[in-house]
Design a protein around this ligand. Structure first.
Ligand code: SF4
Ligand code: SF4
Length: 370
C-alpha cells in the first residue's frame, strides 16, 4: 500500500458559537480548505449527522462549488439510527447527495456499526444496499464505520467481508491495547481480511494532547516532535491504513497536520515502545482503576455493563467527548443504566481489584445523568 494521506474530517469544524454545532465558521473553514488543497491533499470525510446536519452543506459551499469534482474525494455515512425499512437507505442517500451537490461518493459508509445498530442495518438490508450503490456508481467504494469489539467486527467481516472495501476504525496509540476500543485487534482483523483501513480519532478528539504537565514533559524529553505529530504518525504507520482523518478545528492545527504528512516519516520501533509506555502513563491518570477482567459481569442481575461504564467514565473525566455520552446512552439502552444498580453487592465479592462497584456506579450515573 502507498503512504497514508491526511483526511479532513468535517466533524469538528470551526464554529462561531461553541455551544451551537450548526454555527460553522465559514470564513475559517474556507481558509482551511484552500490551504489543505494547496498543500496537495484532497480527502474529505463527512456524515449526515455532523454539526447538526450542517457539515455536508458547508462542504458544498466551500469545496464542491469551488473545485472540479475530480480534484477531491468525499466520504459520507448513512445514519444507521434513522433506518426504519429498506427504502430509507435510498431516501437518506439521496438527501446526502443533494446536500453535498454531488452525484457520487468516493466512499459510502454505513455509520457507527455496533451491537445495537447492526440490527437496524441488517433489518434495512443496508449491506446489500451499499453493494448495489457501488454497482450503480453512486459510490466508488463502500464500507462501515465501526465502534465495537473484535467479536462483532469479525462476525461482520465473515458475513459481509465481500461487500466491505473500507473500514473506518478508531485507532490511536492510547487505544491500541485498550480493552474497549481494541484498536490493535480490529486492525489485525482488517489486515487478515484484506480490508482497507481509514482511521478516526488518531488524536482522540484532539485531546491526547491535553495531558497532564508531567506527561507533556516526558514527551518533550523524548522528542522535538509534538504529541499530535507522533500520534498521527503512529496511526499512519500501521499496515493497510490509507487515510488518517483529523477533525481539525482551525488553520493552525491544519498547518501542523499537513506538515506531518508532507514530510512523513514512519514511527520507529523505539517510538512505538515509547508511545505504548505513554499510553500506560496516561491511563494512570484515569479515575477508576478497573482491570477490565469482566468477572463482575456474570452475576449482575441488572445486566449493567460495569467495565464498559468505568472505561467511559475515565475517558469522560479526561476528555469530555460527545462520543462518550453517545456510547453511554447506547449501552444504557441496550443493557441498563448505571442507576439501575440494586446494590446487591454480588459483583463486589468477585471484583479482582476490590472496587466498591455500587458506589462507583453512582458516580457514573451522576456524570452521565442516568
Ligand atoms: S451491586 Fe449493582 S452492579 Fe453489582 S451485581 Fe448487584 S446490581 Fe449488578
Ligand atoms: S471485576 Fe472489577 S476489575 Fe474486573 S471488570 Fe469488574 S469492576 Fe473491573
Amino acid at each position: 500500500m502507498t503512504q497514508a494521506t491526511l483526511g479532513f474530517g468535517a466533524m469538528r469544524l470551526p464554529q462561531t458559537d461553541d455551544s451551537n454545532p450548526a454555527s460553522i465558521d465559514m470564513e475559517e473553514f474556507t481558509r482551511m480548505v484552500v490551504y489543505y488543497m494547496e498543500q496537495g491533499f484532497n480527502y474529505f470525510d463527512t456524515s449526515y449527522a455532523y454539526h447538526g446536519e450542517k457539515s455536508e452543506g458547508a462542504l458544498k459551499k466551500v469545496l464542491v462549488e469551488r473545485y472540479p469534482r475530480e480534484s477531491y474525494q468525499i466520504a459520507n455515512k448513512i445514519p444507521t439510527w434513522l433506518l426504519r425499512d429498506e427504502k430509507d437507505n435510498d431516501k437518506l442517500v439521496d438527501v446526502m447527495l443533494e446536500r453535498l451537490g454531488i452525484e457520487y461518493f468516493d466512499v459510502l459508509f454505513i455509520h457507527n456499526i455496533n451491537k445495537a445498530l447492526i440490527n437496524l442495518a441488517e433489518m434495512a438490508n443496508s449491506f446489500e444496499y451499499i453493494k448495489k450503490a457501488k454497482e450503480e456508481g453512486k459510490a466508488l467504494k463502500v464500507g462501515i464505520s465501526f465502534h465495537e469489539k473484535e467479536e462483532l467486527f469479525e462476525e461482520v467481516l465473515e458475513k459481509y467481508g465481500d461487500v466491505i472495501d473500507v473500514a473506518l476504525i478508531q485507532l490511536n496509540f492510547m487505544d491500541w491495547h485498550d480493552q474497549r476500543i481494541q484498536s490493535k485487534k480490529i486492525h489485525s482483523l482488517c489486515v487478515k481480511y484484506g480490508i482497507e483501513i481509514q482511521v478516526m480519532e488518531p488524536i482522540k478528539g484532539g485531546t491526547l494532547i491535553n495531558v497532564t504537565d508531567d506527561i507533556k514533559k516526558q514527551f518533550e524529553d523524548y522528542s522535538d516532535d509534538s504529541i499530535a505529530d507522533l500520534a498521527l504518525r503512529f496511526a499512519a504507520s500501521q499496515e493497510n491504513v490509507t487515510v488518517v482523518l483529523s477533525g481539525m478545528s482551525n488553520l493552525e492545527q491544519m498547518k501542523e497536520n499537513c506538515e506531518t504528512f508532507k514530510n512523513f516519516e514512519k514511527i520507529t520501533p523505539q517510538d512505538h515502545k515509547f508511545l505504548m509506555k505513554m499510553a500506560r502513563e496516561i491511563k494512570k491518570t484515569l479515575a477508576i482503576d478497573c482491570s477490565f477482567c469482566n468477572y463482575c459481569l456474570k452475576d449482575c442481575e441488572m445486566n449493567i455493563p460495569i467495565p464498559d461504564f468505568f472505561n467511559l467514565y475515565n475517558s469522560e473525566k479526561l476528555y469530555h467527548l460527545e462520543s462518550n455520552v453517545d456510547l453511554y446512552n447506547t449501552s444504557a439502552k441496550v443493557y441498563a443504566p448505571a442507576s439501575a444498580c440494586s446494590e446487591c453487592g454480588k459483583c463486589v465479592e468477585i471484583c479482582t481489584q476490590q472496587l466498591d462497584i455500587p458506589a462507583l456506579l453512582k458516580d457514573v450515573a451522576e456524570l452521565f445523568g442516568r
